[in-house]
Design a protein around this ligand. Structure first.
Ligand SMILES: Nc1ncnc2c1ncn2[C@@H]1O[C@H](COP(=O)(O)OP(=O)(O)O)[C@@H](O)[C@H]1O
Ligand SMILES: [Mg+2]
Length: 189
């Protein structure tokens, strides 16, 4: 069932016109950068998006501009785990797992989980409690097990739904940001 749900929402994302995508991404950007979570974060951890995901480059570049530290993940497909590395330019990255830009450990240093203030968690579908259908690797569920910073997901209204199949290992995100609102799933400020 998760697989079918992923396929359907990927179709929605692929079918968006350039204009629709651009408008939603601009609104997501305004909403994310207006949060206290963003403002307070000195270190953000974020994946470099790959089409048809919502672009994360605007956040990466805004983070650099604002003098935040920006960390991107390198995954180990065999260990099913990931580690974040601090990056200052795209030149410090290269294509890795499933064509995603990853940090090149030769040119950047690793950052410990406890030093990440705000983690951007990718996802395809969400419920209002912050549960998520991801891309199917389970990488973020594993990472979140021992993560104690803030978490946020950037998505769209069309990717919210009441029912998401939840399994024991799934860990909800604290804040969902869409093009039109913020949903605080944890109830705290
Ligand atoms: N914390 C974890 N420990 C061990 N296995 C996990 C953990 N989290 C996820 N997995 C495994 O990873 C796979 C993908 O998880 P799933 O939640 O379906 O993916 P996603 O969150 O990317 O949509 C599943 O087979 C799941 O059992
Ligand atoms: Mg999961």
């Amino acid at each position: 069932m998760k697989k079918l749900m992923r396929t359907e929402i990927m179709r929605y994302l692929k079918n968006l016109s350039r204009e629709q995508r651009h408008r939603i991404e601009e609104e997501q950007f305004v909403n994310v950068t207006g949060t206290s979570q963003w403002e307070r974060a000195r270190v953000i951890a974020i994946t470099v998006s790959k089409y048809p995901e919502w672009s994360t480059r605007n956040f990466i570049e805004k983070g650099w501009e604002e003098g935040k530290k920006v960390a991107v993940p390198k995954v180990s497909p065999t260990l099913k785990s990931m580690e974040f590395y601090l990056v200052h330019t795209y030149e410090q990255m290269k294509e890795g797992y499933s064509g995603i830009l990853e940090p090149d450990p030769e040119f950047c240093s690793i950052i410990h989980k406890k030093d990440i203030d705000l983690l951007f968690v990718p996802g395809l579908l969400f419920n209002y409690d912050g549960y998520r259908i991801g891309f199917g690797g389970g990488f973020y569920d594993r990472y979140l097990e021992t993560f104690s910073g803030k978490t946020l997901s950037v998505t769209s209204e069309n990717q919210l739904q009441d029912f998401i199949p939840v399994e024991d290992h799934d860990i909800p995100v604290q804040l969902i940001v869409t093009e039109s609102r913020l949903i605080n799933t944890s109830g705290e400020e």
